[in-house]
Design a protein around this ligand. Sequence first.
Ligand SMILES: *Cc1c(COP(=O)(O)O)cnc(C)c1O
Length: 234
Amino acid sequence: MNHHSADEVAHQFESIRRRIDAVERPWTDAVEITAVTKAFAPTVVDTAVEAGCTVIGENYAQDLLSKRAAIECLVPHRRPRVDFIGHLQSNKVRQLVGLVDRWCTIDRSSIAKEIANRAPGAEVLLQVNATGEENKGGCRPDDVAALQRQCVELGLVVAGLLAIGPTGLPAEDAAPGFRLVRSLVDDLGLAVCSMGMTGDLDVAVACGSTNVRIGSLLFGARPAPVHQEGDGRG
Ligand SMILES: *Cc1c(COP(=O)(O)O)cnc(C)c1O
């Protein structure tokens, strides 16, 4: 299945911007849009950049590696930031170093150690499981502070937290978890609160997201992932 054209993506990007701006929220911080390119062909990288996207998100190591050439051939000022937003296995970190700018799914000390070893001083987000679902990644909310300390001791730069809303429920049901995650971000003195996808972006922004991760609304329906090492949410 093909992704939308750059014109269509630019149009969607603008309308998502307007939707975000229309949400009433007490915070003044800006909301960044990560364009989730997972499962699309490598041509999606050029399309995203042409459409004005400055951050792309990828879930699967192999999928991201297949886009390496498309990313690396961009001149530096056009090169998007690359967020790794999928479940991360330690044995994949080595291959992704140099390609990933922000590791967004740190949820255990073993993966933090691996990143600190392979990419000293890297920027990370800690993933929080705010829904209690067993099949979902993320550390328990009670464990975030300790994980943050460990990451800082390892020399990593902890920019914020990431959370995913509950699977298979109406968007509104994500609100309690999202509010909890925003309060953790504030308590820990962090800046980035990455929450909200195509299905729950308005709720997430209303609950204090500073970074929504949008795939299908920008690029169209996603093909089934070829590589299955991810979290199965693709
Ligand atoms: C796939 C994915 C997204 C984007 O999903 P859409 O519903 O297509 O917007 C965002 N965040 C994560 C962690 C994802 O896996």
